[in-house]
Ligand binder design. Sequence first.
Ligand code: HEM
Length: 370
Amino acid sequence: MLRFFPFGEHFEPGMAGRSLSEGEPLVDVDEAHYAPEIALKRALLAQAQRDYFLAPAELAPAQWEVLELVSSDLVRRYPEWFSLERDGERCCFHNRLLSEETRFVLGDASSLPLEPLDWIGRQVQEDLVLVRADARGTLVGGQLCFPNSWDLPERAGSSYLAIHQRTPGSTMVGVHAGGRLLQALKPQRTFCRIGWNFKLSNQLDLSTKHLPAYLAHAAARSPELDAAGVARELFIRIERQTFTRLTRSQHVLFGIHTYLSALEAEAQDPERARRILQVVTEAPDDVKRYKAILPLEAAFRAYLEGKLQRPPSQHDGSAVTTSASGYQTGPNSGPRPSVASSPASANSEPMPPSTSACSSGLDGAKRAVR
Ligand code: HEM
């Protein structure tokens, strides 16, 4: 099941996020999916680096800041898996999940096999994107392997508002609030929000070049799916997004960790099923259109309503504690990442407890800039 569950009691048109607390990691290591997702990331970068990594010369200092920030977060949060020995600027980084050791000299690009942001990005499941500290909030570059319907080459150089021009009108209040928040964000404070979507695929890399194939698949499958079909083939796709102001360059680091889980797996828990149904029922039509829910809505509702009508003894899901905010931690599971668009059923693998994720509302946003 999803590690972070974004559906609360009601549809939230705002930015739905808050500051991370001291105890919460910037980078979430989802151990059950770590090795295959890192392998997929590295394979994509090996096949088509220019589609997934973009770092103009102006990002050279910021790349080192990201490496330092992310590696120190990994070491602090997950000492059993990551460690960093330092002797002045000389570093030795150990990644025990992959049995790898890397030696480098901080600030010396020739000491690493890859550019610093490219190297650290291959140690974490997060995508790492950089936004310049200018008045437009310009997207400059980063490493982006698992985007939902966009890519870096197409959006680099665009302002924050231009990037969001296709987002539904009813969410624009949240987008504008997010823009103000990013302008005011202070270093040492990370803001976090969780976005959700539904896909007829568990393909992590849904960058622009894969869109025609995905859209054709969804257009062909949607009219054919009944309640049982939606349960089997529809995936909830969430993004745990973090925003952190870098101390020296002042760029904003935008981290995106994507998680997938089959609707069928989430609906095993009646509380999760109820909240998904409630939020989707309340969502305005422009949001449903944007998230391509409309063609599936009847089957989707029939499935969840049917699930909720079954007596509790027939629910076979694992228990999770669901907070009123909607964002909380549960046992982790989810499908293995896939490069193919064919649906797959979800695995269920127990996980140690992780962070409690985000609560909603603009109040949280305000706390991030104080
Ligand atoms: C607190 C800050 C932000 C807020 C509140 C926000 C909000 C949103 C919302 C509401 C959507 C529509 C999808 C959804 O419902 O989740 C969206 C989509 C998107 N956001 Fe953001 N966003 C933020 C920051 C950023 C940043 C910094 C970037 C990149 C530099 C970004 C890139 C995108 C992209 C590429 C999309 C998809 C747009 C499309 O479909 O054309 N967002 N965002």
